[in-house]
Design a protein around this ligand. Structure first.
Ligand code: DX5
Ligand code: ZN
Length: 226
């Protein structure tokens, strides 16, 4: 949907709607978009890969016409291949799958690309960076989970910074490095210094009384850490 290049080496915030008011989702999204957001992080949970259920294809389909944001869909689901096409058709711009559910990650990445969207891969806090090696050259984005996936508002896991540093040396300039979980005023600078360029924040943006102001504040801190 969006035509900006993932390769542009700018810091970008990726507000996660998981902490938004779901009864007012359209307003929340349009407000953050008007404030200059470019990416919307959409957390899909199946109650199987993670111990929580969020939303799925029909919600993303309904959001697509009301926003021009880049839809960054984080698939916390056991079977990303089965659902890649429906999530692409619903309007996702990028689908990120978990390496833990992908015994043949190249096949998953190829399939995701074949349905017409960009590809991301992610790893849980307990999974080493080396697990990404078979697929790392084939993705547009690597996402480091800095909390155990399933819930917003958790505490940032500090060892994620080592993963960011390792990954930064392994990625090409046209690949983005995203971090997700516990990003807030107290953690964002360290994440940027360790190499993250795309910063997911749920509770620190949509959980705040003034989400656009919270996003601007985090973005300013992130830029200053470069
Ligand atoms: C966690 C999700 C995150 C979540 C982050 O399972 O993948 O995207 O929304 O929430 P915060 O920013 O509150 O840690
Ligand atoms: Zn996420």
């Amino acid at each position: 949907m969006n035509n900006w290049s993932l390769a542009q080496p700018r810091i970008r915030m990726a507000p996660s709607v998981l902490s938004a008011d779901f009864a007012r989702l359209k307003d929340e999204i349009q407000r953050i978009e008007a404030a200059g957001a470019e990416i919307l992080h959409l957390d899909v949970m199946d109650g199987h890969f993670v111990p929580n259920i969020s939303f799925g294809v029909p919600v993303i389909e309904k959001l697509r016409p009301i926003s021009k944001l880049f839809f960054d869909t984080h698939l916390m689901i056991t079977d990303p291949v089965k659902y890649a096409e429906p999530f692409a058709k619903a309007g996702s711009d990028l689908l990120t799958f978990h390496i833990e559910v992908a015994p043949d990650p190249m096949a998953v990445a190829d399939h995701v690309r074949s349905v017409g969207v960009r590809v991301g891969v992610t790893l849980n806090p307990g999974t080493p960076v080396s697990a990404l090696r078979p697929v790392i050259g084939a993705v547009d984005l690597v996402l480091v989970m800095s909390v155990w996936p399933g819930f917003g508002g958790q505490k940032f896991i500090g060892s994620s910074l080592d993963k960011l540093r390792d990954l930064r040396t392994l990625l090409r300039p046209d690949q983005r490095l995203e971090i997700d979980g516990g990003i807030a005023r107290s953690t964002i600078e360290a994440a940027v210094k360790a190499g993250a360029d795309t910063l997911v924040a749920g509770s620190a943006i949509f959980g705040q009384p003034d989400p656009p102001a919270a996003m601007a504040d985090l973005h300013r801190l992130a830029q200053a850490a470069l």
